[in-house]
Ligand binder design. Structure first.
Ligand code: IPE
Ligand code: IPE
Ligand code: MG
Length: 265
């Protein structure tokens, strides 16, 4: 079962610090182009930004960080860029898994792994196994991920496991089979690089996520930029369908409820 309530079935608990941040890391190519460098240089620098943002997320008590590394549509890129990205991914896995583990990070990958070389798949599985019991931060890398792929594979699993429910399937029947069923829905979505689109990322999960778009190119995205995104999140009124007045009332009622509960015992 998914951790935490579904934002469309129940009103989730919210806090000042987003529990789960999901990021589309975009703009590596343009970062390189601005410097008259090959696109690959931008991707390399992008890995540095990932390191910084993992560290900054831990320091800010974020519990889940999900990063879009390669979309199901990125295979359409020139083959030399695709193979460079794959090599970069393998290199980062080789270099970083032990460090992630030392830092108490649980490592997960979501996406259709069928298209990856067996070497990458076994690196991923070993990394997931090694870090499975860590709880400081869950880092999910979305690789060959597509939001539609995720929903379709979940539908197929649901139909296979519960054929008797056909015609009466509910949200929870499906969501337990989504690739990221171990995480709450993201509180904050960030896309760098200036485009204002979801590009087939977490289509199901973003139902009530706060969206933040910045022109900053991914290799330039640092802890200060992350704080700007979190500050923007903190100014949002997360109503989940209610009116502003209802929300204000529920916020002002909270401490009183707690006080009564204390006196009662
Ligand atoms: C994001 O940067 C990285 C991946 C999609 C793998 P881009 O490579 O999309 O950079 P731009 O958008 O061309 O600048
Ligand atoms: C989205 O970036 C995918 C990743 C960051 C991995 P793209 O640069 O591929 O997105 P589009 O194609 O411009 O929407
Ligand atoms: Mg791009």
């Amino acid at each position: 079962m998914p951790i935490g309530p579904s934002s469309t079935c129940e009103i989730p608990e919210t806090g000042m610090i987003p529990k789960h941040i999901a990021i589309i890391m975009d703009g590596n190519g343009r970062w390189a182009k601005k410097r008259l460098l090959p696109r690959m240089a931008g991707h390399k620098q992008g890995v540095e930004a990932v390191r910084n943002i993992i560290k900054a997320s831990i320091e800010r008590d974020v519990e889940y960080l999900t990063i879009f590394a390669f979309s199901s549509e990125n295979w359409r890129r020139p083959s030399d860029e695709v193979s460079f990205l794959m090599q970069l991914f393998i290199g980062a896995l080789e270099q970083e898994i032990a460090k992630l583990h030392e830092n108490g990070i649980r490592f997960k990958v979501v996406g259709d792994l069928a298209k990856f070389e067996p070497k990458i798949v076994s690196f991923i599985q070993n990394g997931e196994k090694l870090t499975a019991n860590n709880s400081r931060l869950t880092l999910t890398v979305a690789a060959n991920y597509g939001g539609r792929w995720d929903i379709m594979q979940a539908i197929n699993k649901m139909a296979l496991h519960s054929p008797e429910l056909q015609g009466t399937y509910e949200e929870k029947d499906l969501s337990q089979y989504l690739a990221m069923n171990y995480a709450p829905e993201p509180d904050l979505f960030i896309r760098t690089g200036g485009e204002c689109r979801i590009s087939n990322f977490l289509l199901w999960h973003l139902a009530y996520t706060e969206l933040y778009f910045t022109n900053t190119l991914w290799p330039d995205f640092d802890a200060r930029e992350l704080d700007l995104a979190i500050q923007s999140f903190q100014r949002r009124e997360r109503r989940f369908g209610r009116t502003s007045e209802q929300l204000q009332r529920s916020l002002s009622e909270k401490p009183i409820t707690k006080l009564f509960a204390k006196n009662d015992t």
